[in-house]
Design a protein around this ligand. Structure first.
Ligand code: PMP
Length: 399
């Protein structure tokens, strides 16, 4: 691990033997983020928006300042287009709740077999309960979303398109713009799962033209428990709140109630205040160093690993053409979980299994794979250590 970053990422300092290669699951947390949360708990602890006293007002200001940072991070028009959620999963479920009330039999939902369960399961449920048809876009021979073919699958029946911006297993960046353009022509809503895109590539929602976009703070050096639902104002304003309660309501009568304006309307109850505050320094750090720096660094490490794996005929790589620093592979005839036990003994953290992308795992014709994912704090020493243990594991299981 990059020792010069150990002040920024305390997990490196506190766990000096750790080789962390699982940033696609969750990145290490940047200390500025941790300290801002500690500061909130040590100096405030007040709720937002409700108390008209100084501490409540200051806390609300810090919370809203974070919303501004997120809006800037993804190029939103205004901060009211940003809703704080628990994570990508909750953002997707909030959208599904709405579309369950809107779609009907004969409508089509278009998605892909590359989706994370967090994106596809809510919309499978929408299809089931509304009678809408769920169809999957064509994948090319590398299992990448085939944008050209996808264009032909978008018709006037298509009402909602749910697609991943970056696959969490293959590391492919989806060519979303032509798809979104066609969707706009037929009046379909486009929902983008940007959970893996947010840490690695600059997101510009205005340029993309998507209607909704979701991501999680914990993959961007920020805290767990906070995520984002972005919606273009006119679209977001139509969303039926999936939760009602305090903080989002305007008038309450005996048998009815009215809602506040955005963004409060979609943030019922006490939100994860510390986590929202902690998100801002994490995103600001990425904005400061630039997504290009992160992507170039991850891609260099990815190339280094791919070159080394080429020399090992016992390894099958599933995504040699990954666009970001994700390498998914298996040791021939050895189960991924057995390899993981070996790696874990050497304090190497990788993800094994189906990576919550069960449809894709079926397309890969395997029950489990090993996924290595890089971030700014990784270096070639991490890879050398990984390779040593992979070689040892192979020798062990061969005999
Ligand atoms: N989508 C993708 C592409 C992901 O990688 C993840 C996290 N693994 C999610 C959605 C779900 O994110 P969360 O668990 O933070 O809700």
């Amino acid at each position: 691990m990059n020792q010069t970053l150990k002040n920024k990422f305390k997990a490196i300092e506190k766990n000096p033997t750790l080789t962390y290669l699982d940033s696609a699951a969750s990145s290490l947390k940047i200390d500025d983020s941790v300290q801002s949360m500690v500061n909130y708990y040590e100096t405030s602890g007040a709720n937002i928006s409700r108390g008209a006293y100084a501490l409540g007002i200051e806390t609300t200001q810090a919370y809203e300042a974070s919303r501004e940072v997120v809006a800037k991070y993804i190029g939103a028009n205004k901060k009211e287009e940003i809703i704080f959620t628990k994570g990508t999963t909750q953002s997707m479920n909030m959208l599904a709740y709405h579309f369950e009330k809107v779609l009907k039999k004969g409508d089509e939902i278009l998605s892909s077999e590359l989706e994370h369960n967090a994106a596809i399961l809510p919309f499978q449920r929408v299809a089931k309960s509304t009678g809408a048809t769920l169809t999957y876009v064509a994948l090319d021979k590398d299992l990448r979303i085939d944008s050209n073919k996808a264009l032909n699958q978008i018709t006037t029946k298509t009402k909602v398109i749910v697609l991943t911006y970056v696959s969490n297993v293959m590391g492919y960046i989806t060519d979303l713009k032509p798809i979104i353009k066609k969707a706009q022509e037929v009046g379909a809503i486009v929902i983008v799962d940007a959970a893996q895109a947010a840490p690695h590539i600059t997101i510009d929602v205005k340029d993309l033209g998507c209607d909704f976009l979701a991501f999680s703070g914990h993959k961007c050096f920020g805290p767990t428990g906070v995520g984002i639902l972005y919606g273009r104002y006119d679209q977001l304003n139509q969303l039926v709140p999936s939760e009602v309660g305090g903080g989002m309501v305007d008038e309450v009568e005996l048998y009815s109630h009215t809602y506040l304006e955005l963004p409060e309307r979609l943030e019922a109850g006490t939100p994860p205040i510390a986590e929202v505050i902690g998100l801002a320094p994490a995103l600001n750090y990425i904005l400061k160093i630039g997504h290009d720096t992160i992507l170039n660094h991850s891609k260099k490490l990815q190339q280094y690993l791919l070159e080394a794996l080429k020399e090992r005929s016992y390894i099958k790589v599933y995504n040699p053409k990954s666009d970001i620093g994700i390498v998914t592979f298996n040791i021939q005839d050895v189960h991924a979980h057995d390899v993981q036990s070996f790696l874990s003994e050497s304090n190497i953290a990788v993800r094994t299994g189906h990576h919550c992308a069960k449809l894709l795992q079926k397309r890969l014709k395997t029950s489990a794979t090993i996924r290595v994912s890089f971030q700014i704090y990784n270096d070639t020493n991490d890879i050398d250590k990984l390779l040593d243990v992979l070689d040892t594991a192979y020798q062990f299981f061969r005999t």
